[in-house]
Design a protein around this ligand. Structure first.
Ligand code: OOG
Ligand code: MG
Length: 254
């Protein structure tokens, strides 16, 4: 028997103390279903601290990300209120282990979703699209994990920053996405890298959320997954992602 709750508590403790831990998969065999059960228990730890679930994040929706991390399937994790980075609540470097930033696109849901939707249907259930930056910070040593390990660890999620909400465009193809650290470009990609069309990531999110029991409610945020490999934040103080036609997401590191 996998001690789901105990592993969730250990991962939560790693996040709260900035102490990375060993991967579970080196000593144990466990299933993806176990991994999502651990993720749910891990999110419950945050909810118990008073942080509500405000959305979901897709992972490994681009080849660049799969290659970088050596995995080959899409995953889904959850976003809680304390992960939101704004000008009033910047990223606190000392609260992270080895944070990386990656360029993303965010959707805001205009209604509750209770069934999987097709790519043609999803644009009707969003009332905003924004440029976004995700900060990932694996709780495992050296940012190394199996697919099960990373799902259990809520898909490495640590924080996210959003640009201004924009009207939902007819298409999201061919948009340049540029990430800079202190004004220097560190990653450049295109929105096509996200499953050929970021709306596909949203459709996949409706499917995976239903499959793994994650809520998708009106007003929630869905991160589509990064279009490029992630980059260590290092000593950078200002992180920015500009997406063609969607404006700029930005945050400071203190
Ligand atoms: C897992 C999270 C993947 C993405 O956008 O593909 C992810 C990781 O790379 O540590 O957030
Ligand atoms: Mg991501």
């Amino acid at each position: 028997m996998i001690p789901h709750k105990q592993w969730a508590k250990a991962l939560h403790q790693s996040a709260r103390t900035q102490q990375p831990r060993d991967q579970f998969s080196t000593q144990n065999t466990y299933t993806l279903k176990d991994a999502y059960t651990i993720q749910h228990a891990l999110i419950q730890e945050r909810v118990n601290e008073g942080h509500a679930v405000i959305g979901v994040k897709m992972g490994f929706t681009s080849l660049a990300k799969m290659k970088q991390m050596g995995v080959d399937d899409m995953i889904i994790g959850q976003l809680t209120q304390d992960m939101r980075i704004t000008s009033e609540t910047p990223l606190v470097r000392s609260q992270c282990i080895h944070p990386r930033a990656e360029p993303e696109i965010a959707f805001r849901l205009s209604q509750d979703i209770n069934s999987p939707l097709s790519v043609d249907e999803v644009s009707h259930v969003v009332d905003g699209v924004a440029s976004a930056i995700e900060i990932i910070d694996s709780r495992y040593e050296n940012f190394k994990f199996s697919l099960e390990d990373v799902v259990a660890d809520n898909c490495s999620s640590c924080g996210f920053a959003l640009g201004p909400w924009c009207e939902v465009p007819l298409g999201l193809n061919g948009l340049d996405m540029v990430q800079t650290f202190d004004g220097s470009t560190v990653a450049e990609g295109t929105s096509d890298a996200i499953l050929d069309n970021p709306f596909e990531a949203l459709a996949a999110a409706t499917r995976l959320a239903l499959q793994h029991g994650l809520p998708l409610k009106k007003g929630m945020i869905v991160l589509a997954g990064a279009s490029t490999a992630a980059h260590f934040i290092g000593d950078a103080k200002k992180v920015e992602v500009a997406v063609d036609g969607l404006g700029t997401a930005y945050f400071e590191v203190v």
